[in-house]
Design a protein around this ligand. Structure first.
Ligand SMILES: Cc1cc2nc3c(=O)[nH]c(=O)nc-3n(C[C@H](O)[C@H](O)[C@H](O)COP(=O)(O)OP(=O)(O)OC[C@H]3O[C@@H](n4cnc5c(N)ncnc54)[C@H](O)[C@@H]3O)c2cc1C
Ligand code: FES
Length: 344
């Protein structure tokens, strides 16, 4: 098994054959910075200081050819070919770090929010789970694979709130919808992820959610209001039809409390005449914003939405380090690969 030395913490771990550096680090309980785990967000960008890795498929926004030439890799896409050493780049602004915990949690509430999104409330055994707004936890229930779900409430709450969309044919989302009832227990590991609110940012904020992607966006917006962050905030919430939208009252209330927040629901295929904005959410963002330099963008939702939005916001001047994305899907199997060796 190849060994990887993580120079940030001076620790060497073994990486089982075929696994990525990030998979092995997370399995060891190491708080390696990451987001999508699928080569789309760039949160796990790292410098390859020694050795050779195979880089599996990733988006060109997460890691550019220039990045690769400069010796950077994505830990979630890097399979070591032998002993390697890496340094994660992290994020200077990411000061709010919370210890990873594994705990039992009891289901204390289930309620449909839309025809296919379930609101799930969990009470964690022991002390409340401390997390940064925008982070997620891994939920495990018997008989189905563990999956990641984002907290929808503000930090350190007594009960955790999740919004879980039933993916057609989905094993775990199907089991959560069909089986979980108050009194049931699940195993929870978290918090995870680095697409969290950056409290130090004072420029404007773009927040874009698709479907159950509203969960981490709500967590972020509630914290923005609670912390008294006063910059302009533009929120976009995309769904196909009116029946896909939820949480609008909460968003409206947050906008009133904040005072400089606009909320724009966008419907991609309304089945009846509507006064809402119609189209794809990234197109609405492109129409409304021609200069996003100095903004931060928080986004969560299906891969197709995040990919299209990423292209738009970067074209409109957003700096890549100011994009914090959670891609809601089961990380793909690995396909295309490129070899990469540490420079020098
Ligand atoms: C960081 C992170 C945070 C997440 N947070 C949330 C959250 O707050 N709420 C939430 O509802 N989901 C969230 N997800 C997605 C969640 O983890 C699961 O991927 C999702 O519930 C599907 O799992 P499943 O076992 O039901 O489906 P699977 O059995 O894994 O998949 C069944 C089929 O559906 C496809 N598929 C998987 N995901 C999608 C998708 N999004 N759209 C279309 N097809 C898909 C698969 O490729 C497969 O063919 C998050 C994912 C990540 C990585
Ligand atoms: S690119 Fe690696 S975690 Fe998103």
């Amino acid at each position: 098994m190849p060994e990887v030395t993580l120079l940030n913490i001076g620790r060497t771990i073994e990486v089982p054959d075929g696994q990525t550096i990030l998979e092995a680090a997370l399995a060891e309980g190491i708080d390696y910075p990451h987001g999508c785990k699928s080569g789309r967000c760039g949160s796990c960008k790292s410098r390859l200081s020694g050795g050779e890795v195979e880089l599996i498929d990733h988006s060109r926004f997460a890691l550019t050819p220039e990045d690769r030439d400069g010796g950077l890799i994505l830990a979630c896409r890097a399979v070591p070919k032998g002993p390697v050493s890496v340094v994660w780049l992290g994020d200077e602004d990411e000061t709010d770090s919370h210890p990873l915990r594994e705990a039992d949690a009891e289901v204390v509430g289930v309620a449909l929010l839309t025809h296919d999104i379930l609101g799930l409330r969990l009470k964690v055994a022991g002390p409340a789970l401390d997390f940064a707004p925008g982070q997620y936890a891994t939920l495990a229930l018997p008989g189905v694979p563990a999956r990641d779900y984002s907290m929808a409430n503000a930090t350190c709450a007594e009960e955790l709130e999740f919004h879980i969309r039933r993916v057609p044919g989905g094993q775990t989302s199907g089991a959560i919808h069909d089986r979980l009832r108050p009194g049931d227990r699940v195993r929870l590991t978290g918090p995870r992820g680095s697409a969290q609110l950056r409290f130090g940012h004072t420029g404007p904020i773009l927040a874009v959610a698709g479907g159950s992607g509203l969960a981490p966006i709500l967590s972020i917006l509630q914290s923005v209001v609670a912390q008294g962050m006063r910059q302009p905030i533009h929120v976009y919430f995309g769904g196909r039809d009116e029946y896909d939208l939820y949480g609008l009252e909460r968003l409206t209330k947050l906008a009133e409390q904040h005072g400089d927040m606009t909320v724009t629901p966008v419907l991609s295929s309304p089945s009846a005449p509507t006064t809402r904005r119609v189209g794809l959410v990234h197109t609405a963002v492109r129409t409304d914003h021609d200069d996003l330099d100095g903004w931060k963008c928080y986004t969560a939702g299906p891969p197709v939405m995040i990919d299209a939005l990423t292209e738009v916001v970067l074209a409109q001047g957003l700096q890549r380090g100011d994009l914090h994305a959670d891609v809601f899907f089961t990380p793909e199997t690995k396909t295309e690969t490129v070899g990469l060796t540490a420079a020098g």
